[in-house]
Design a protein around this ligand. Sequence first.
Ligand SMILES: [Zn+2]
Ligand SMILES: [Zn+2]
Length: 234
Amino acid sequence: MKWPWTPLQNLWQARRWPTHCAICNTWGPDVLCESCVGAFAQPRLRCKHCALPIQAGQRICADCQRQPAALDFCIASVSYDWPWPKVMVDFKFSAQPAWAQSLALLMRHTPGAELLLESCDAVVPIPVSAERLAERGFNQSVLLARHLANAKMQTQWLHRLRHTEAQSHLPRSERLHNLDQAFALEPTARASIQGQSIVLIDDVMTTGTTLRQAARLLRQAGARSVGALVFARA
Ligand SMILES: [Zn+2]
Ligand SMILES: [Zn+2]
């Protein structure tokens, strides 16, 4: 068992006893102190569809102008630059799920996020595979979604496939085309997905392939709109 033991640490965080800032290490009531949030989490002007930084006066980046956007909207709280990679690794791997509360608070305060969470029908955290879940004990996106919009959270609509699973049920000719297919749709969820406006939740968006695949599946199942709210954008 790792120390600090997770339930004990949840209690620690819930009581808001003093803790160390994940970035600067100073003591305070939060996992992210006010001065670090001020220094490293300033909102930036970002592309409406992929959340890449854009210039003043632009609304959409050059890439999203060239091709149809996979996401109707995409909001990111921070750029995946120092110190955030270290914070996200600590969040993912060192049994600190209580950090989700602080990270989710930052996400909610990102311009546009609150309105999005209030107006959407459903919030879908990007699932991890069963193996990953067993290994880590939690899915960081579920923890974030729980703090963002627990009542709207849907964790059963999308399933993460293992690479071999994703391949094994397909005829050989289709395998190459589906090398990148990471998700399966829960067949019984189709009726619930019809006409819904859905917000995908993820901790880190790198190329955006994962979010695009999830969005495509949900749209094929009849979702009215699909966008994403992520903590960090690479
Ligand atoms: Zn700090
Ligand atoms: Zn874009």
